[in-house]
Design a protein around this ligand. Structure first.
Ligand SMILES: Cc1ncc(COP(=O)(O)O)c(C=O)c1O
Length: 426
């Protein structure tokens, strides 16, 4: 059967009976697969075994200038880690702080800091009344959770194929001084997989904002997470802002969670020298130093920024077949049905699937009952409110290739079944 949208009620009913039976068979297979988070598979983590033993004894615990990493100090990171990661993310060493394990933790601290002490010398947010954020959607659910945690009102912004809808961003940011920021995942975005165009980045750099303490929260979590040898280029926001004199509006975050270990990585905070100095002052009250041995482990294991990139090609060799498997199965099962669309990402961790309108929640529920747990339907939108109830996030990295194949066949069956239920009600 071709497109469901041009089928007769009789054809739809026959199809429904067949797909319902198929669904029943899947339910009997008692699969239990959790695909709700984008986690690296064990095979990806095994690739980095060498990092566990790269510091073999006391003699290996010193920086190149003789600092003992077992001891307190170096709150902004060890010099060789700053050099390596500054090159990797394309900023100056003076614009970077190398921290602990989690970039989400730094984002939380950045928001808490703004709440308590303000941004760029302005009043603390907690004294300013209502604080709002622009949230391109579909987007990363934990950004939305951060906003909810701090009582920040979220305004959804449409996501286009080249980034957030900048007409909307410009209109909103320039007209409302309570809008203090925007969340961005600029490269291989979570979940849509798109990379922001040069024009979008330039428009961010020259954005007119009603709030003087408006900032761009640039979460570059997937900056070198290419699936192929070539990368999708992303214009350097900090450099573009320097040209406009707006560099103090940029907070950049990244980590090695999806490069080395999510449980033992290194996280990065980059900003203008002015904002780095401010942050460093606060950090000195917060800690006497992060885990420097882990920073040293990363440097000794990779050697240099190109060592990290080589390693990511090994990861890509593991991930490519998984993404291919999902995309091929989606095409084979849903390609001609007129009820779903999806993006072909060139990197990152997700495939964003749009199903027939008003069926994402039902699809999620059917999949769950058949043993496949996806990220909750709605989670990719602020307040879990997907206005068209159509977006689902597929995270293909964690399951084995065999499990993934089965899981996506089950998901496609659920997409078809929920669309057929809806079409037969119409
Ligand atoms: C866009 C984005 N930012 C941040 C994170 C979490 O980063 P970290 O492990 O450094 O806290 C994730 C994890 O999935 C992510 O997708």
């Amino acid at each position: 059967m071709k497109s469901y949208l041009s089928a007769s009620q009789m054809e739809l009913r026959n199809e429904y009976n067949q797909i319902k039976e198929q669904y029943g068979e899947f339910c009997k297979s008692s699969l239990k697969l959790d695909m709700s988070r984008g986690k690296p598979g064990a095979d990806q983590l095994d690739l980095i075994e060498g990092m566990l033993t790269v510091l073999a004894g006391n003699q290996d615990c010193y920086t190149r200038n003789g600092w003992d990493c077992r001891n307190y100090g170096l709150v902004d990171g060890i010099p060789e880690a700053k050099a390596l990661f500054a090159e990797l993310i394309g900023v100056q060493e003076s614009e970077l702080i190398v921290m602990g394990n989690s970039s989400l933790n730094i984002m939380y601290d950045t928001m808490a800091d703004a709440m308590l002490f303000g941004v760029n010398g302005k009043e603390p947010w907690c004294k300013q009344g209502t604080i709002k954020f622009l949230c391109p959607a579909p987007g990363y659910d934990r950004h939305f959770t951060l906003c909810e945690t701090f009582g920040i009102e979220m305004i959804p912004v449409k996501m286009n194929a080249d980034g957030p809808d900048m007409d909307q961003v410009e209109q909103l940011a320039s007209s409302d001084a309570s809008i203090k920021g925007i969340w961005c995942v600029p490269k291989y975005s979570n979940p849509t997989g798109i990379t922001y165009s040069d024009e979008v980045v330039r428009r961010f750099a020259s954005l007119k904002t009603a709030a003087e303490d408006f900032c761009i929260y640039w979460d570059n979590a997937y900056l070198i997470h290419d699936l192929n040898a070539e990368t999708e280029p992303l214009l350097d926001l900090l450099a573009a802002c320097k040209q406009q004199g707006t560099e103090n509006r940029v907070f950049m975050f990244a980590s090695t969670s999806k490069i080395t270990f999510p449980g033992a990585g290194v996280a990065l905070f980059a900003a203008s020298e002015t904002n780095i100095a401010r942050r460093k002052k606060k950090l000195c009250a917060q800690t006497i130093g992060h885990d420097k041995l882990n920073q040293l482990r990363h440097v000794k294991y990779f050697g240099c920024a190109s060592g990290v990139k080589e390693h990511m090609q090994k990861q890509a060799a593991i991930l490519r077949p998984k993404f291919d498997c999902v995309l091929k199965t989606l095409k084979a099962e849903l390609g001609d049905k007129g009820i779903a669309s999806w993006h072909h990402p060139k990197g990152g961790y997700f495939i964003s699937l749009d199903v027939y309108e008003n069926t994402a929640r039902r699809t999620w529920e059917l999949a769950k009952n058949a043993g496949v747990t996806l990220t909750n339907a709605g989670a990719t939108f602020p307040y879990n409110q997907d206005p068209r109830d159509c977006n689902l996030r597929i995270a293909p990295t964690y399951p084995s290739n065999e499990e993934l194949q089965t899981a996506i066949r089950i998901l496609c069956c659920c997409v078809r079944l929920s669309a057929l239920e809806k079409l037969l009600q119409a």
